[in-house]
Design a protein around this ligand. Structure first.
Ligand SMILES: [Zn+2]
Length: 484
C-alpha cells in the first residue's frame, strides 16, 4: 500500500512538471514570435512627432513628418515618423499634427528677477535709468525673497515662450539656482560683481568672493545649472578686477560674461580713462577668449569686430533693450560676416519689457535690413540660428544644446501652426521668424522632461506666483509713490 502510494505521487509530480514545461515553452515561443514581429525595437522614454522638425543641423535641416526619440534626457534618434515608429517603442508619445518641432530658444542675456521692475521706469537714457532708478530700487528691494519671487515669474514667462536655456546675470544666485532646478529650465547663473555697493555687498571684493563660493558649490553639481562669473561692465569694474575675473574663469573653467560697448557714452568714457576703445581695452588686459561672451556690443569698430572673431568671443545681441534705451544698432551683419559667434537675448525686463525671444527674433530680422538699407541682411534662417544654435555656440554650450541632433540634450519646443496669422504655410522658417509669437508655443521639453504641454504649466505653481508677485509689486509701487 505504502509502495503504491509513493508510485502514485511520483506519477503526479511527473505530470505536473510536464504540464508546466509545456506551458512555459509556449510562453517563450509566443514571446519570441512577438520579438520577431518587432525586430530590434529599442525602448525609449519619449517620442515627439511633428509635421516639421527644424533641426538646425546642416546635414538634415528640415524633416517633414519627423519624430525625435528621447531617453535619459538625450536625443537618441531623429528621422521620419515611420522610421522612428519602426525602430523605437516609447513609454509616451506626443502627437504632432499642425506642429513644428525645433530646438528650444536660448536667451543669452537676462537679469531674470528684474521682471519685478517691469514697467517701473520707462523712456529714459541708460545712465539716468541705471543711476537714478534701477540701482536705487535694487538697493532698496533686492533680497533673497525678491529674487525667489522674481525668478519664479521669469521662469514661468520664459517657459511660456519656449525659452529652454537662459543666462541670468543677477544677485542671490543660490536662490535663483534653486528656482531653476525646481522649474526644470537650463541656465547659466552668473552672479554680477561690480566695484560699488550692490544688494548684500560693500563692493567688488565681497561680491566677487561670494560669486566664487557659488561657483565652487555648483560646478558639476547639476546637469542644468552652469555657474559662471559676471563682471558688470568695463566702466563699472576696474582693470585690476577685470583681470581677476578672467583669471578666475580660466582657473575654475567656467564661462565669463560682461556688458560691453553698449553706448557711445561708454566708448568715450573708456577712451578717456584708458586710451582705448572698450573691446580693445579688454584685449589689452588679456581678457578676451572663447569662454567670454559679451552682451550688447553696439559700438565696436571694425578692428574690434575682427578681434572678437579672432579671440572666439561670443556676442549676445539684445535688440529690444538697445532700441528702448536708445543705445543704437549693433553691427550684427558685420559681426556675422567676420565670423563672430552671435546669439540673442532679451536683457532684463526693466529695459525690454518682456523676456520674449520671439520679439527679439523678429526685431533682429527687421532692424538690420533698415539700418543697412539691404533687404537681404540677416535673413530668417540666420536669425533662427542665432536664437538657438548660434546662442549655444556663443555661450560655449554647443556640445550640449542648440540643435536637434543625436547625442545632444533633449531641449525642444513644439510650436502650433494653426492660428490665422500662421496660415497658409509655404515656408516654416519664414513663419517662425516673421509671424509666430510666444503664444504659439504649445509644448516645452528640457532635458527630456515635459515642462509645458498644450500650454499647461507642469512644473510651476502659477496661482501662487501670481499672488506673491502682486503683493511685492504693491509694496514697490507704494514706496515709489512715496519717494517721487
Ligand atoms: Zn544687461
Amino acid at each position: 500500500m505504502k509502495h503504491q502510494l509513493a508510485k502514485h505521487h511520483k506519477l503526479l509530480v511527473i505530470f505536473i512538471c510536464t504540464t508546466l514545461c509545456v506551458f512555459f515553452t509556449q510562453i517563450a515561443i509566443a514571446q519570441n514570435n512577438h520579438n520577431l514581429r518587432t525586430p530590434g525595437k529599442q525602448n525609449v522614454q519619449l517620442i515627439v512627432n511633428s509635421d516639421f522638425v527644424v533641426t538646425m543641423d546642416e546635414a538634415q535641416p528640415v524633416i517633414q513628418n519627423g519624430a525625435v526619440a528621447i531617453t535619459d534626457g538625450k536625443i537618441v534618434a531623429i528621422d521620419t515618423q515611420d522610421k522612428i515608429r519602426t525602430s523605437y517603442r516609447a513609454k509616451r508619445t506626443l502627437p504632432g499634427e499642425g506642429m513644428v518641432l525645433m530646438p528650444g530658444l536660448v536667451n543669452g542675456h537676462s537679469h531674470s528677477a528684474m521682471v519685478l521692475f517691469r514697467g517701473l521706469a520707462d523712456d529714459l537714457a541708460l545712465e539716468d535709468w541705471l543711476q537714478n532708478y534701477i540701482f536705487p530700487a535694487e538697493g532698496k528691494f533686492v533680497d533673497k525673497n525678491f529674487v525667489r519671487i522674481g525668478e519664479q515669474l521669469a521662469c514661468w514667462e520664459m517657459i511660456r515662450g519656449g525659452t529652454t536655456t537662459f543666462v541670468d546675470m543677477y544677485f542671490e544666485p543660490e536662490v535663483a539656482a534653486k528656482v531653476v532646478e525646481e522649474c526644470g529650465l537650463r541656465a547659466i547663473i552668473a552672479p554680477s560683481s561690480i566695484d560699488f555697493p550692490s544688494p548684500g555687498f560693500q563692493g567688488w571684493d565681497d561680491a566677487f568672493a561670494s560669486a566664487i563660493n557659488f561657483l565652487k558649490r555648483w560646478k558639476g553639481k547639476s546637469d542644468r545649472i552652469i555657474p559662471a562669473i559676471a563682471a558688470h561692465a568695463p566702466y563699472t569694474v576696474s582693470p585690476e578686477h577685470l583681470t581677476q575675473a578672467i583669471r578666475a574663469a580660466r582657473h575654475y573653467d567656467v564661462p565669463l560674461t560682461i556688458h560691453l560697448a553698449e553706448t557711445q557714452t561708454e566708448v568715450k568714457d573708456i577712451q578717456q580713462r584708458y586710451n582705448a576703445t572698450p573691446v580693445q581695452h579688454l584685449e589689452n588686459l588679456g581678457f578676451l577668449d572663447p569662454r567670454v561672451f559679451a552682451a550688447h556690443v553696439v559700438w565696436p569698430n571694425e578692428s574690434e569686430i575682427d578681434l572678437m572673431a579672432k579671440r572666439g568671443v561670443g556676442v549676445i545681441h539684445n535688440p529690444d533693450s538697445n532700441l528702448k534705451l536708445a543705445s543704437g544698432f549693433a553691427p550684427i551683419p558685420a559681426m556675422l560676416k567676420a565670423g563672430v559667434k552671435v546669439g540673442l537675448g532679451t536683457d532684463g525686463a526693466a529695459s525690454n519689457n518682456v523676456l520674449d525671444m520671439w520679439k527679439a527674433i523678429r526685431l533682429t530680422a527687421l532692424i538690420h535690413k533698415g539700418t543697412t538699407l539691404d533687404p537681404t541682411a540677416v535673413p530668417a534662417k540666420t536669425v533662427l540660428r542665432m536664437a538657438t544654435l548660434g546662442g549655444a555656440q556663443a555661450l560655449g554650450l554647443a556640445d550640449k544644446i542648440g540643435a536637434i541632433k543625436t547625442g545632444l540634450q533633449a531641449d525642444l519646443i513644439q510650436v502650433h501652426l494653426q492660428e490665422p496669422h500662421l496660415l497658409p504655410l509655404y515656408d516654416v522658417i519664414s513663419h517662425l521668424v516673421y509671424a509666430a509669437d510666444a503664444k504659439d508655443v504649445d509644448t516645452v521639453i528640457v532635458n527630456g522632461k515635459v515642462l509645458m504641454h498644450k500650454r499647461e504649466m507642469l512644473t510651476v505653481d502659477i496661482n501662487n506666483i501670481r499672488r506673491e508677485v502682486v503683493s511685492i509689486g504693491e509694496k514697490i509701487q507704494a514706496d515709489f509713490r512715496h519717494s517721487n
